[in-house]
Design a protein around this ligand. Structure first.
Ligand code: NDP
Length: 437
């Protein structure tokens, strides 16, 4: 069975009509249809709310919502909620957080979280014409945005700077209005896009009026007006630091200093080699994404921004750095992001609301620091494992639970398997063999 032609009006069908169509068209087995149905919220009002988040919703996709305790960030204790499906991530974050809490915790700073938006346009006339017009009307342009920026200005936000960028070297007749924003406690995508669309309209009108008045040749096409998810100035810097003697606990075969030296080399490898850097940064985003998702923030935006920053000098590099001077080990992460504690799903999703409550209602800047700390914690645990026991030991122990569930093990078999594999390498085949006796 398969779909034979395009279907019309799919979005208008009810969730059950969509499921029935799936069943008939793709031969979806009844138990899978029941799984999809059973993952809907038992409260119809709640389910309706989830269906409003996105389109063509037929069910909900659960991922675990866990807690990583013992995060000490700038002297304040946090229990950090993480929504993540990958085993070991919450355990790794918790383990690192507890270790560093005994060594001063995480120190974090956010300078000035500037957000960015651009109006991309094509101007076929003289460069000097728009350059002159822009310099004369820059302030009027910003003032004309007052109706859409007034309430954000009251919070200390709004348009921070605007400049005309000549991109004709890269593409014929291509220019930008590049705008810096402050968006207070919001991530700001909707606010920025609203302002940019108004700005684009005003700029086009100004250019057309001026061209008509001066009999200038040239046409202007607004190509698009959209925020940039690359916000390199909206930067959080998180660090941990300790004397090397504290690091002697991680491997019986390595002194604290040897551990620190090996750790620094591993981090330098991730800065030197893009293949390693991607996996290194994936480990950082294990921690960051878990918190970003739990707070209802846009993890695609945070990922895109972080990866672009990792490649800012033309080569993709690890986002963290480590150093060892005078027997002091320092490990830090520098990553830009745009997140909010109001707007988007932060108050719309009940678990995001719960997360922000558990995090003691942080400001957007504090949330950036917590997210950065989670990223650094996971990075520390991953590199620590890699340079000592290897990543698989811890990972496969956690994975054992997943394998046992997939094999349909009974509770007694699970208990026996956990005890049996305590000091053995876990593989799917070996677990199957153990279960089948
Ligand atoms: P919202 O528009 O939902 O919320 C932001 C608004 O909340 C502000 O504009 C402001 O409106 C109001 N507000 C109330 N209190 C505050 C405060 N203390 N600080 C700041 N604003 C406050 O969300 P965002 O604009 O933040 O957009 C985020 C959403 O946009 C995310 O869900 C994201 O997925 C989505 N998105 C992302 C895109 C991208 O990343 N490329 C593109 C498009 C959408 P007012 O001043 O009127 O009160």
């Amino acid at each position: 069975m398969a779909q034979q032609k395009a279907i019309a009006g799919f979005s208008k069908w009810s969730a059950d009509e969509k499921l029935n169509w799936l069943k008939d068209t793709f031969g979806l087995p009844e138990p899978l249809v029941r799984d999809l149905q059973s993952h809907r919220h038992q409260d119809p009002d709640m389910q309706e709310m989830y269906e409003e988040f996105s389109e063509n919703t037929v069910s909900n996709f659960f991922i675990p919502f866990g807690l990583a305790p013992n995060f000490l960030v700038n002297g304040k204790w946090y229990v950090v909620p993480m929504a993540i499906e990958e085993s070991s991530v919450v355990a790794a974050a918790s383990h690192a957080a507890k270790f560093w809490s005994a060594h001063g915790g995480f120190t974090a700073v956010v300078d000035d979280p500037v957000k960015v938006g651009q109006v991309h346009f094509i101007w076929t006339g003289a460069k000097a014409f728009i350059a002159d017009l822009f310099s004369r009307t820059r302030e009027a342009l910003v003032a004309a945005m007052e109706p859409v920026t007034a309430s954000m200005k009251k919070r200390g936000g709004g348009i921070k700077a605007i400049r005309l960028v000549d991109k004709t070297g890269e593409m014929e007749n291509y220019y930008q209005l590049h705008v810096d924003f402050r968006t207070a406690e919001a991530m700001g995508a909707n606010f920025i896009n609203t302002v940019l669309e108004a700005l684009a309209g005003k700029w086009k009108a100004l250019v057309q009026e001026e061209a008509a008045a001066k009999n200038a040749t040239g046409t202007l096409e607004i190509n698009m007006a959209i925020l940039s998810n690359y916000t390199p100035e909206s930067l959080v810097k998180v660090s941990v630091e300790t004397g090397v003697s504290a690091l002697g606990i991680f491997d019986p075969d390595l002194s604290g200093k040897e551990f620190a030296e090996k750790f620094v080399r591993a981090v330098e490898i991730a800065r030197a080699d893009p293949y390693r850097a991607v996996t290194h940064n994936k480990g950082i985003f294990n921690g960051m994404d878990g918190v970003v998702i739990a707070t209802g923030n846009d993890f695609r935006a945070v990922e895109a921004c972080g990866h672009a920053y990792a490649a800012r000098d033309g080569q993709y590099r690890g986002l963290s750095s480590a150093s060892l001077h005078d027997d002091i080990f320092r490990f830090e992460l520098e990553v830009p992001m745009s997140v909010g504690t109001v707007g988007g799903l932060t108050s719309g999703h009940p678990l995001a609301r719960a997360t922000l409550k558990i995090l003691q209602e942080p400001t957007a800047a504090e949330l950036m620091m917590i997210i950065g700390a989670a990223g650094l914690a996971n990075n520390f645990s991953a590199v620590r494992s890699l340079i000592t026991s290897g990543i698989q030991k811890g990972h496969m122990k956690m994975h054992l639970t997943n394998i046992l569930r997939q094999l349909g093990a009974t509770d007694a078999q699970k208990q026996a398997a956990v005890a049996y594999f305590m000091d053995k390498t876990v593989s799917y085949a070996d677990v199957r063999k153990f279960i089948s006796g």
